[in-house]
Write a protein that binds this ligand. Sequence first.
Ligand code: KG4
Ligand code: ZN
Length: 360
Amino acid sequence: MRILAIESSCDETAAAVVEDGETILSSVVASQMATHGKYGGVVPELASREHLRAIVPVVREALGRSATRLSDLAAIAVTSGPGLVGSLLVGMTYAKSLSFASGVPLIAVNHIEGHIHAVILESRRDGTPVELPALALVASGGHTHLFEVNECFRYRLLGKTRDDAAGEAFDKVAKLLGFGYPGGPVIDRLAPYGDPKAVRFTFAKMKGNALDFSFSGLKTAVLRWVEARDLVGEIAARRLLANQTSVPSVEQWLEVTPKQTLDLLASFQHAVIHELLTRAAASAESCGARSVIISGGVACNSGLRAAARAGGFPWPVYFPSPGLSTDNAAMIAAAAFPKLQRREFANLDISAQANLTLAT
Ligand code: KG4
Ligand code: ZN
């Protein structure tokens, strides 16, 4: 049973064809990084325009590479939220039109559920299926959520960020220091050159739900650290490098980044990883999880992966392969598969929901 999935919730236009929820026949991702990079973050109007430009060729390529005709499809899946409403609309309108024209049923998928299913797909394909109940940490540019994942993929929200998402904190710190956008991959590559214990960050104790996150205090602490030093020259040099080179090499970054700034990056990343893993472990404990899933763009972080491996957790910890960690449509098809089995189809009048929740 083949599903064509379309994902356009943020700044990637993606389409994929996945068979039986686990075999990726094609997965095409058109990134808009070059468009948004110079603005230091995603510009919603530009994102919609880029999706409009990319949607037809991307879907065509996904169908072509997998030698799939519309009549071969069991369903067309599409991300209906959460995300930028103008971006979501492009994918949804196109998916609805395809469904209407071909008579293939439509399935609406929550983007966050997609991130969780990136891991479910790979674990099934590799013959080591995630055991449920599982604890899922989804950490990306837009979300930092902890879910209990139960049989039949029913979810319970255990904690979430009260302000910035983890990926957003990476992006804002990188922007402040002149590293361009997105910030996570650059900080990830440079953190090993600094001392993670050099700068001590403290987190305020959370009132209310102890499983909630807050990253805005950390961001402000980094800002204060920067303001207390004269970094104007090095920040200008990095901005110049980021503007002149599309993806600077580690060596190029190191030439314009003194040791104390590398120490700051390493300490910042260490603090984020500590927060993520401490709360994930406490949540897994509280819900009696049998496994832990860590997904979303931040799950690419090599420091996070190493810390989770070295953490001595009593549960197996599953990460998606890097290509399935950041936004893609294969994960949307994977999340749609159980819905196809349950014949949970969407009406063609369904609308995009910027703030769609997965569970409360
Ligand atoms: O899942 P994703 O592609 O899009 C959203 O749904 O937001 O995640 C993008 C986020 C960005 O904030 C980016 O900086 C972060 O994931 N990210 C990373 C890494 N790669 C991407 N953060 C830390 N380390 C990385 N290696
Ligand atoms: Zn995402």
